[in-house]
Design a protein around this ligand. Sequence first.
Ligand code: FA5
Length: 344
Amino acid sequence: MEEQVSKILKNALQEIEQAKELKILEDVKVKYLGKKGELTALLKMMGGLSNEERPKMGSLVNSAKSEIEEKLEVKEMSLQSEELAKKLESERIDVTLPATKARRGSKHPLNRVIEEIEDLFVSMGYDVVSGPELETDEYCFERLNLPKGHPARDMQDSFYISPEYLLRTQTSAVQARTMMANKEKTPIRVIVPGKTFRREDDATHSHQFNQVEGLVVDENISFADLKGTLEIFMKHMLGENTELRFRPSYFPFTEPSYEVDVSCFKCGGKGCNLCKQTGWIELLGAGIVHPNVLKMNGYDPEKYSGFAFGTGLDRLAMFKYGITDIRLLYGNDIRFLTQFDRKD
Ligand code: FA5
């Protein structure tokens, strides 16, 4: 039996030594120490030995078992670290490979136009202010000299939420808000870019669009100030050769009121299909603030006068970038939006 033990021990140690993978090592462990293993079988035979032989053989088998276990453990650790090293090597990231290209967003053409306008007016000393998109009838119409039932309200088909609240149809609502919020009734010089809403929908009209409002209130403000300001504004946006044409118009909150056309930037005023052969493109409404509006919002019309203008930002962006359908501005199509990356 002694011989048997030393043979098993020798074989086991040799097989452990030769094992190249953890899986093989596990098989060796089962072969010798498992329930039906060779060394386990010897242990089971102990009961059949004489009392004299049993302690000697017992200690021999047990020390062989400990030695096998010890060697198994050492080999297992070394195989584990070898396999880990192999795995690390095979899964190593090659940092020199070209990276997957990250997709960069680009600024929306409307935001480009808004930022350009803000920069210009801030450089002239204006503040940029905002107002609520869900507006009251009072600020959207009444405080702008458009009492309930006024026929000019029909021009702005509206989304009413309740008899009192509507989605604002014009940024002019913020004219009244700015005047009312200025408790000291000091001079005002603001622009208001923002979303506006009307029940309209075709290639040049959207149910949601953007306007930028301008309001100046001070002593001795005249039409010359309005004209000069709009000239700077439009030349800056559409080019130095742009000319302006003021046509008499009607807005209840300005008197006199104008529709302002700019010379067609495509044909330079000669006439083309863009300007419908007229040489002019209508771009904004403007005028001298109506004394009623000053009075209703706490300004003394004897002391103060002002001018205001409101332009459609979508139309400006369309002209500037040659966009033919307003709905493209709201479609969120990345193929459309990325085109403006290069057009600064
Ligand atoms: C107004 O909204 C006035 N509040 C402008 C104003 C301000 C006049 C201050 C006097 C003093 P109007 O309804 O014309 O005016 O609209 C102004 C501009 O908004 C239009 O020239 C057009 O460019 C744009 N606009 C109007 N409706 C739409 C629409 N449905 N979709 C896109 N743009 C629109």
